[in-house]
Write a protein that binds this ligand. Structure first.
Ligand code: HSE
Length: 429
């Protein structure tokens, strides 16, 4: 049986999960695929900490560059965008395929890395980089190869989904839930990559590039996180039939593409609206297949290892049959689609205003919105009891973002309207 020597660089949580999976399921995988994955070398600066997986001690090394010489495929699990990039480029230079879970590296340096892969004729596989254990990359690259992709919606950050789910269920604000999530180990001590939306944006950059066959990179992606989501908005959203999700929106409108990440109102009676806790969900709408939904664990040792090892099987089969780029990931060439700036999009909006409960205020609001061609689809004002000011909720039909923000500027100038205006986008999925 063809044997493929696997080298892992980075023996952290995921590296240990990959080693454990190969040791546990190696025989089943070999029978299924007809190739044997042999754990040959593992490199890490720390070779002494017990990772809870029993491996032959002599396969551990601190020399990652030497590892690359000794194996058939390199699994990069060090993370970060510096050493990881050097290791991948060196492996590709030697014509060795790479498997990585490193979404930030791909999102930021993908163009250079995929060009290097193209030149070396060695593939980069990266299933674990988006939505952890959910095989969404393979689905998009192979399973949906017959389709033009109309839309992708992704709830792809477990930390944010966990926090939003608990805020909604326990009627608590963001800060104490984040603190609790950190104490429980669900959120990182430094949570900004997750809660400010960048982790989701990295994944969106990768999915968008796969869907549309060109490299968009990170710079033009509009990113907002969940720090400013308040309980009052979750309550109003609930009343209106929605939940707030940190959503990656990737869609083609005519010849343009939108890629954006922001808290979004998603209807409670949709499947995406029901993806809760740490789970991830990705909806892909293809012109031929229609809507498909992928659901599962987006992070964690074993879910991520599942994706890494699946890539290793693909690589092993490529090596066995002498093939590569069976399904090209990206077309590295001239850009042919315009990436729409956030000001240019048209979508529906949730607007929360705090207003003085006086005669004529609603008329002023309606006039300002009407002037900017913004049509109201729903309007809620609670009766004021003792309070001088009351929250006022407006949902709009599709409107131009540029017009919406001009209207908000005008609304803020109205004496009876407080400066604090909350805007959330709505996606009808
Ligand atoms: N930190 C991510 C999450 C997983 O919370 O989903 C890795 O991208």
């Amino acid at each position: 049986m063809k044997e493929v020597k696997v080298g892992i660089i980075g023996f952290g949580t995921v590296g240990a999960g990959v080693a454990a999976n190969i040791l546990k399921n190696g025989e089943v995988i070999a029978k299924r695929a007809g190739v044997k994955l042999t754990l040959t070398r593992i490199a890490d600066l720390d070779t002494t900490t017990d990772r809870g997986v029993t491996i032959p001690q002599d396969i551990l090394t601190t020399d990652a560059m030497a590892l690359i010489n000794e194996v058939d495929v390199v699994v990069e699990l060090v993370g970060g965008t510096t050493f990881a990039k050097d290791f991948i480029l060196e492996a590709l230079k030697q014509g060795k395929p790479v498997v990585t879970a490193n979404k930030a590296l791909l999102a930021i340096h993908g163009k250079e890395l995929f060009a290097a892969a193209e030149q070396s004729k060695a593939d980069i596989y990266y299933e674990a980089s988006v939505a952890g254990g959910i095989p969404v990359i393979k689905a998009l690259r192979e399973g949906l190869a017959a389709n033009r992709i109309n839309r992708i919606y992704g709830i792809m950050n477990g930390t944010c989904n966990y926090i939003l789910t608990r805020m909604e269920r326990e009627k608590m604000d963001f800060a104490p839930i984040l603190q609790d999530a950190q104490d429980l180990g669900y959120a990182e001590a430094e949570p900004s990559l997750d809660v400010d939306g960048f982790d989701t944006a990295h994944k969106a950059a990768i999915l968008a590039s796969l869907a549309y066959g060109q490299w968009f990179g990170m710079d033009p992606i509009h990113v907002e996180g969940i720090r400013d989501i308040s309980l009052v908005d979750l309550k109003f959203a609930d009343e209106l039939g929605y939940r707030v999700k940190l959503l990656a929106v990737i869609k083609q409108v005519d010849d343009d593409v939108q890629i954006r990440v922001h808290p979004t109102l998603v209807a409670k009676d949709t499947m995406l609206g029901n993806i809760a806790d740490v789970f991830n969900g990705v909806m892909i709408d293809g012109d031929t297949v229609g809507e498909t939904l992928f659901y599962g664990r987006g992070a964690g040792r074993d879910a991520t290892a599942s994706a890494v090892v699946a890539d290793l099987v693909d690589v092993a089969l490529n090596l066995k049959f002498g093939s590569h780029r069976r399904v090209p990931a990206f077309r590295i060439g001239p850009q042919y689609r315009h990436l729409v700036k956030i000001e240019e999009i048209e979508t529906r909006y949730y607007i929360r205003l705090q207003v003085q409960d006086r005669a004529g205020v609603v008329a002023k609001i309606a006039n300002i919105l009407g002037d900017k061609n913004i049509s109201i689809s729903s309007f809620i004002q609670r009766e004021a009891h003792d309070e001088q000011s009351v929250p006022l909720l407006i949902l709009t039909h599709e409107a131009k973002e540029k017009q919406l923000f001009k209207a908000i500027e005008d609304l803020r100038k109205v004496e009876e309207i407080s400066e604090e205006v909350k805007i959330l986008r709505i996606e009808d999925i």
